[in-house]
Design a protein around this ligand. Sequence first.
Ligand code: CA
Length: 225
Amino acid sequence: MTARIVVVEDDPSVAELVTLYLRNAEFIVAHARTAAEARVKFDQEKPALVILDLGLPDANGLDLLREIRKHADTPVLALTARAEDVQKIEALESGMDDYMTKPFNPKELVARVRAILRRTAGMPGSGRAIVVGNVRIDPARHEVHVSERPVSLRAKEFELLEAFCRQPGIVLTRDRLLEDVWGFAYPGETRTVDVHVKQLRDKLADADAKIETVWGVGYKLVGPT
Ligand code: CA
């Protein structure tokens, strides 16, 4: 599962370790040292998950989390120092998905990240709305809105759009889409993907997120800039 992750951590050794392990697990990682940097990265990267150190130099991590929660359901895994244990309960109440206490085993961190992504953004039908530009997908209700107007999609069109919106900016090959959406992958069937992408493009003409063709590779969803 390829997904973008933003690591917010001011301690360079912890950040380096976490980044290394996540990259080895095929995740795309961006690092922010401060809450100010985190806000920028969050907007730039549109991450599938955020790893958030609660003790940041320029802000309380919990305040940053609440800020994120105001406009996004992005899963957050918190890192806390022992002295901050007291914050845990508050953290879970603020919409945190999981937390780990330092020092932690980076392998366990990767396992937890995968578990959260499976539970939330990585899994179809997880119930959390996904927003890219003016496109809003509600997997639980199987609804799509463009600029608040409902768009009617067939089941496979919906799943295809969901796959794109969960990984904006990432090139998805036709084989990968076949496997993710149709549950199989064998040569010769990739035209199915092309046909559905064309239908999606027609139905989402008013969307400011576009499905772009990456010649010879596949497709990617490009959000508004
Ligand atoms: Ca810290």
